[in-house]
Design a binder for this molecule. Structure first.
Ligand code: SF4
Length: 361
């Protein structure tokens, strides 16, 4: 593979000037752009991993309003931080952010470093995020290469190199690093991010007729842009079957705290059992916890897709009049569900059922 084509190197100034002119016209107005404090850029970049701008925007505003600086994040109660993230998913992102905030307060005087090589030492900050923070918040001329940028450059070059290979990533990063301008490096990186998100779209026909780089794009000229980038086929996910129990006592529902490590660590869930259980089996199971149902009814199925696994869930509404509380559980009312406990969106279907039942009680 040789992605450092001479053609491309010659065009590097043209690429940055065309991109920046386009960005001046088309850039989305976003709070972390209007006021690119390092903390704001960091929070926005972490939120935007796996989340669209439109979704992240209200979360960003609420997060910054509640935890306005790195020290506030470092000392915040973990449960409160999770609650601010509720609905965004991938909670390890915010856990790592809080761990990093504590390190920054303890070791870096509460300030993010401007150097990518220092930033990558912090939990949850990889090369892309370090490049984004350094260029956008500190004006450092460094690349920020994520999946969007790999796609744009694979298409620009008509490169058939597998972008999942570390060598390809390294070469692309070196290539983009040679193109990032000394002036407005943050805008250049954000222009590339915007181009990937709004014009050079993934898994579909890119909008080449709207693209400022169309006359430089080999993939477009050769009519192969949509087929690029070349990636390794996605691995199939493991499927886990779960029976989810929405156990209601008057205006409260029983919730359980997950372990502090692993998937959805430290969050709250409805009690659940691996496998699909019948009503009789559920009754037996509950008797172990001294919960005697007054009624059991099916409330439907739901599916949640994680990166490496899928949960296929079958839900039951269980009404009881016994105030038993198995270890690690609490009875929560609607207000507490909304303000204190974080239930991941994997349980959204059952959360909605629980809310409607306890609110009617
Ligand atoms: Fe992507 Fe098309 Fe622009 Fe090439 S011309 S960078 S394929 S949108």
């Amino acid at each position: 593979m040789n992605i450092q084509k001479q053609y491309f190197i010659n065009d590097k100034e043209l690429i940055s000037s065309k991109l920046l002119s386009w960005y001046d016209e088309e850039a989305r107005v976003l709070p972390w752009r209007s006021d690119p404090k390092p903390y704001y850029v960091w929070v926005s970049e972490i939120m935007l991993q796996q989340t669209r701008v439109e979704t992240a925007l209200p979360y960003f505003q609420n997060f910054i309003h509640t935890l306005p600086n790195i020290t506030a994040l470092a000392i915040a109660d973990e449960q409160k931080v999770n609650k601010l993230w509720e609905g965004l998913g991938y909670y390890s992102r915010v856990r790592n952010m809080q761990k990093a905030a504590r390190i920054i307060v303890e070791q870096y005087n509460g300030e993010l470093s401007s150097k990518p090589e220092e930033l990558v030492k912090l939990p949850g900050i990889g090369e892309y995020t370090a490049g984004a923070i350094a260029s956008i918040a500190f004006g450092m001329s460094v690349p920020a290469v994520d999946g969007n940028v790999l796609r744009v450059f694979s298409r620009l070059l008509a490169s058939e190199a597998d972008v999942d290979l570390p060598q390809t990533k390294r070469e692309m990063k070196a290539l983009v690093g040679g193109i990032v301008p000394k002036i407005r490096p943050g805008d250049f990186n954000q222009a590339l991010m915007d181009l990937g998100a709004t014009v050079c779209l993934p898994n579909t026909e890119p909008k080449c007729l709207e693209c400022p780089l169309a006359d430089l794009c080999e993939g477009y000229k050769q009519g192969i842009a949509k087929e690029l980038p070349v990636k390794q086929p996605a691995k199939s996910r493991a499927i886990e079957l779960l029976t989810v129990l929405v156990i209601v006592l008057g205006n409260k529902v029983l919730i359980h705290k997950r372990e502090n490590k692993g998937l959805l660590a430290g969050l709250w869930e409805f009690p659940n059992i691996k496998g699909f259980f019948s009503q009789e089996e559920i009754q037996d199971y509950l008797s172990n916890f001294h919960i005697k149902p007054t009624s059991i009814s099916e409330i439907g199925n739901a599916k949640h897709v994680f990166t490496h696994k899928e949960w296929h869930m079958s839900g039951f509404l269980i009404k009881t009049d016994e105030n038993s509380m198995p270890e690690g559980t609490v009875w929560a009312n609607s207000h507490e569900l909304q303000t204190i406990y974080t239930l991941p969106s994997a349980f959204k279907t059952f959360h909605n059922v629980a809310e409607s039942v306890i609110n009617r009680a």
